[in-house]
Write a protein that binds this ligand. Structure first.
Ligand code: FE2
Length: 455
């Protein structure tokens, strides 16, 4: 349980009669976030977490899944938006709806499985109320017993409630539990490049989900993950041992055989020098989104790559092919919950559960129409870097858990984001630094966080 800082405890009730700022409406967060540091309670406090769910996750556009997860009418995929259990379902007309996973009768979840096909209707397993795929009530069994009550089928309350807004971008489906606010494209802003870059790498401009994901519970606040994604200072420390070991094997194979498989390179680049990391730029967009530029050099010149490039050239022409394959992107963040590594078709999605507990879903995709060898590269990265079984992800998870434990202590109240503070430059709301290892990333994320929380 988090310990509240003295200034909050001093204000709570007490003889001066002030209220707790964490319980005020709108909640005051100005004391918690300063331009160069944040109060540790933003990672540990239950009231702040609850407010984040209400003001951010249950309002903004949340990624539900890819269209290829629900191909046929009746196909569904259960998903959590903020604290709300929802279900994404393919309609008879081919569109996709996102419904609350809740029977309007006694509140029981309509689907208990994570995915499946529900046929032409959802049927509640408790009292057999049934609903069309769009959530409208189909039948109330033994209807006579409800006559002259408010729960008759002409009452809209008998329908399963829908997410007010559902939209998709290049096959990636999002829903918002708020009836108003920015459109999906406005919300994504410059971070749209994540999905463009992923899909443009397919000769037909589309990807297909690989329909299993790693699901990892992180014993830490969701913000640790988001900060870590663009933290270019940590790899040369946290991932040094893994990177150096992989680099040694890669070097030996090159000496012995003349070449080493690309996947050794995935790991060895984590042990790049500090100067190399510091030269990799981050781009920090409005709404907390961000981008880490490419550093891995993922365009080899082997026969398989040339075959793939020929397919892209045939589809788009040489100029577009070059444009698509030479974008400088390592990964893109859609704040506050997505990390999309488009050049390798990876997507990680956070579903926060508690201040100190976060589910991450780790997905990867196939480029439609691309050779199998190109897919294998994505699969290797998925298993070697993003999987819970790899040393890279494991090293990060250890940091985040220890970070959470550290912030729950009373050894200090503030988290520092001072690195290269004062060196940022801003153009049209986009923040840059000349240093890849600048904490401008976190400063930008907390600027967005404060705007959401103060709204
Ligand atoms: Fe890391």
């Amino acid at each position: 349980m988090a310990v509240r800082p003295a200034w909050i405890a001093g204000l709570h009730g007490g003889s001066l009669g002030f209220s707790n700022p964490l319980q005020e409406s709108p909640m005051r967060v100005d004391h918690l976030v300063e331009p160069d540091r944040v109060h540790r309670t933003v990672y540990t406090d239950q009231a702040i977490f609850d407010a984040e769910m209400e003001k951010i996750f249950e309002r903004i556009w949340i990624y539900c899944g890819h269209e290829s997860q629900v191909k046929a009418p009746g196909d569904y995929w259960a998903v959590t938006i903020g604290r709300q259990p929802m279900v994404m379902v393919r309609q008879k007309d081919g569109s996709i709806q996102v419904l609350h996973n809740r029977c309007p009768h006694r509140g029981v979840q309509l689907v208990g499985n994570r995915s499946g096909n529900t046929g032409s209707a959802f049927v509640c397993s408790y009292h057999a109320w049934s609903f069309h795929l769009d959530g409208s009530v189909r039948a109330i069994p033994l209807a006579k017993g409800y006559e002259n009550t408010r729960m008759t089928r002409d009452n809209p309350d008998c329908n399963v409630k829908r997410a007010p807004r559902v939209d998709s971008y290049r096959g990636f489906v999002f829903a918002s539990l708020s009836p108003d606010g920015p459109s999906l494209q406005e919300f994504l802003g410059e971070a749209r490049i994540a999905f463009d870059d992923m899909c443009d790498r397919s000769p037909v401009g589309e990807v297909e989900v690989v329909p299993v994901c790693h699901r990892v519970i992180q014993r830490s606040n969701w913000k640790f993950f988001m900060e870590n994604q663009l933290d270019a200072l940590h790899p040369s420390v946290t991932h040094q041992s893994t990177g150096i070991s992989a680099g040694r094997v890669e070097k030996r194979l090159k000496e012995q055989r003349g070449a080493a498989p690309l996947y050794y390179h995935y790991l060895s680049t984590f042990a790049s020098s500090f100067d190399q990391w510091d030269s990799v730029q981050t781009i920090n967009f409005p709404r907390g989104h961000g981008l880490l530029k490419a550093y891995m050099g993922l365009r080899p010149s082997d026969p398989e790559t040339r075959e793939y490039e020929a397919l892209l050239e045939k589809a788009y022409g040489k100029q577009k092919m070059e444009e698509y394959l030479s974008r400088s992107i390592h990964h893109v963040l859609v704040y506050p919950y997505l990390s999309v590594q488009s050049p390798l078709q990876q997507l990680r999605c956070l579903r926060p559960i508690a201040p100190d507990k976060t589910l991450s879903e780790i997905w990867h995709f196939r480029l439609k129409g691309a050779p199998e060898a190109i897919y294998r590269r994505s699969l290797w990265y998925y298993n070697l870097v993003n999987s819970p079984a790899t040393m890279i992800n494991a090293d990060d998870l250890e940091n985040w858990t220890k970070g959470q434990w550290g912030l729950q202590s009373r050894g200090g109240d503030w988290v520092s984001f001072h690195r290269w503070h004062g060196d940022d430059r801003e153009e049209n709301g986009v923040a840059y630094s000349n240093h890849g290892t600048s904490e401008v990333v976190m400063r930008n994320q907390f600027r967005a966080w404060t705007q959401y929380m103060a709204a």
